[in-house]
Ligand binder design. Structure first.
Ligand code: PRP
Ligand code: MN
Ligand code: MG
Length: 180
């Protein structure tokens, strides 16, 4: 699996440092607020796990599964709600955790969903932001680990056809892998 990677962009140590920085910041923001921290399946799983360990506060966690890429390299444009959160979000301070904001469609869909359900606040923490790919200009994350180049990235939650999520770093896939 490691042989399929052309370049490592963010090493395990670099990602860990970003989680520490973001976790400290979010600890200040949410102290005493008992946030509901929502992990966006499946890409956010590794980031969620590392980030919440750096937050020294009481919180609840939940999971939502939306999909737009259906395993490929291009966004399909339609967002599908695959699995909803279990908890009532009305009156809650919500923190959405995802691996990457690309076109911004996933984020737009989720912010609308939770605002419509009466969350008292919806903030967003992303490990990566790919500003060049944005199609919804107003969609910005509140807390970002890295601004990333407009390349197809895999690892640390990011997949190609469901694979590579378990790489401990983020890298660029060799073109021959997706060019077949
Ligand atoms: C990816 C990624 C983000 C979203 C970002 O998820 O994990 O959630 O796309 O893209 P956008 O800003 O263009 O909406 P995907 O839909 O591939 O599902 P997955 O997390 O299960 O891989
Ligand atoms: Mn995702
Ligand atoms: Mg995906």
């Amino acid at each position: 699996m490691n042989d399929d990677i052309q370049t490592v962009l963010y090493s395990e140590a670099t990602i860990q440092a970003a989680c520490e920085r973001l976790g400290k910041q979010l600890t200040q923001v949410y102290r005493g607020k008992n946030p509901l921290v929502v992990c966006v399946l499946k890409g956010a799983v590794p980031f969620m796990a590392d980030l919440i360990k750096q937050m020294d506060i009481y919180m609840d966690i939940d999971f939502i599964d939306v999909s737009s890429y259906h395993g490929g390299t291009q966004s399909t444009g339609s967002i599908e709600l695959v699995k909803d959160v279990d908890q009532d979000v009305s009156g809650r301070e919500l923190l959405l955790v995802d691996d990457i904001v690309d076109t911004g469609r996933t984020l737009a869909y989720l912010k609308d969903l939770f605002q419509d359900r009466g969350a008292s606040s919806v903030r967003v923490c992303m490990l990566m932001d790919k500003p060049e790919a944005r199609q919804m200009a107003e969609m910005q994350a509140d807390y970002v680990g890295f601004n990333v180049p407009n390349e197809f990235l895999v690892g640390y939650g990011l997949d190609y056809q469901g694979k590579y999520r378990n790489l401990p770093y983020v890298g660029i896939l060799k073109p021959e892998i997706y060019q077949g």
